[in-house]
Design a binder for this molecule. Structure first.
Ligand code: FMN
Length: 225
């Protein structure tokens, strides 16, 4: 499965089967985590067969069940690090999708279980990403027209920009808030902007949508502002 197909097939999945992730797939995910940590300076970790982080029935939002595997998205504090959490976490989400696994980003409704991950000095856990074989593939989130999400000083944007935007609109964002806009400047320069959100998480969201935009548009067609 190509990444663009993974973007189209991916939806948040909150209910999982009691089916372990095979060793070969876990090894593939760990190899990508090593690359991600090397490139980004983050401290992402994979926790397998650990049911306690999602075992509380108290949380209403999301209604998770059967979650026993997750990525711990740890790294330094701050906006720059949050954007990387989004960008690199979504790389792992899309890899998982291509090898037949389902995922859900989780900012709030989980518990940190001591002893299952390690933090370096200055690291925090920004969020986790649930992972496994879903009971269902999930459903497409509600969509607003693309016109709300871009500005262009160049008139009607070129095809590559529209493809990037289309991929960005399929991205997961916290509570599906989609507080982002892509601005096309002269010389194929693209600016990605966030707007205010009561829910927060906009810096993580912008990292996620920027990865989707790059995959949809083709990195060779533009540069980030
Ligand atoms: C940073 C972030 C945090 C999220 N936190 C939660 C959460 O705590 N609980 C939950 O059920 N879903 C959470 N989600 C999933 C979103 O609700 C979901 O991505 C959004 O509704 C769009 O749906 P889709 O992922 O199926 O396209 C989160 C998503 C992101 C990107």
């Amino acid at each position: 499965m190509e990444l663009i197909e993974a973007i189209k097939a991916r939806h948040s999945v909150r209910k999982y089967l009691d089916r372990p992730i095979e060793k070969a797939k876990a090894a593939q995910l760990r190899a990508e985590i090593d690359r991600v940590n090397e490139e980004s300076g983050l401290n992402v970790q994979l926790v397998l067969n650990e049911p306690k982080a999602f075992s509380s029935g108290l949380w209403k939002y999301g209604q998770f069940s059967g979650v026993e595997n997750y990525f711990v998205m740890a790294g330094p504090k701050g906006k720059e690090s949050e954007e990387k959490i989004g960008y690199y976490g979504e790389k792992l989400v899309l890899l998982a999708q291509t090898i037949g696994l389902n995922t859900c980003w989780v900012g709030l409704t989980y518990k940190k279980i001591p002893g299952t991950f390690t933090l370096r000095d200055g690291d925090i856990v920004h969020c986790v990403i649930a992972l496994g074989y879903g009971t269902m593939p999930g459903v497409q989130h509600p969509q607003k027209p693309a016109e709300y999400f871009y500005e262009s000083s160049e008139g009607l944007p070129p095809v590559w920009f529209r493809n990037g935007l289309e991929a960005a609109l399929l991205a997961p964002t916290a509570v599906n808030q989609q507080k982002f806009k892509f601005i096309l400047h002269p010389g194929n320069v693209v600016e990605a902007k966030t707007s205010f959100s009561m829910a927060g998480y906009t810096a993580i969201d912008i990292g996620i949508v920027k990865l989707h935009f790059e995959i949809g548009a083709g990195k060779e067609n533009f540069t980030w502002a």
